[in-house]
Design a protein around this ligand. Structure first.
Ligand code: DQA
Length: 144
């Protein structure tokens, strides 16, 4: 089985992007950590990052057969309605991750249109949050 790790806009520059908020780990490092975390369950990783909402929707259409997914929608959390619709019709369990604690930031980040559809949210733990979400999926998804 496979797990989809989907990162939205502006997350491809992790490591350099506002490191005081998002930390210094690169997306490649995070993807490697997630892959390592799910390996014990015999799962492999499909890791994708796109800046465009439509491309994220395409990827959700393409990878409907995964065991689970980890999604950081970036700023699309605020008003990504077509991403939300795609997630509403996405069958596998998925977890939303935010590196920063969005509740402690600007008011416009306090509501996520996607998070209510998720099985759970990890936020504020930086890059570690992805690893936590991966570990949670390995424990949440029943053995088949
Ligand atoms: C983010 C939080 C969002 O509000 C922001 O737009 C991002 C990153 C996070 O991981 O903390 O791009 O999703």
């Amino acid at each position: 089985d496979r797990v989809l790790l989907l990162n939205g806009p502006n997350l491809g520059t992790l490591g350099k992007r506002q490191p005081e908020i998002y930390g210094t780990r690169t997306l490649a490092e995070i993807e490697a950590e997630v892959a390592e975390e799910i390996r014990g369950r015999g799962w492999s990783l499909v890791a994708e990052q796109r800046n465009g909402e439509g491309e994220l929707v395409d990827l959700l259409e393409r990878h409907r057969d995964v065991a689970g997914a980890i999604v950081n929608p970036g700023a699309l959390m605020v008003a990504g309605w077509s991403l939300r619709d795609a997630l509403a019709d996405f069958g596998p369990p998925w977890l939303e991750v935010h590196l920063s604690n969005v509740w402690g930031r600007e008011a416009f980040r306090h509501v996520s249109v996607t998070a209510p559809l998720s099985s759970g949210v990890v936020m504020g733990m930086g890059a570690l949050g992805y690893r936590m979400a991966a570990r949670a999926l390995t424990l949440m998804v029943p053995e088949s």
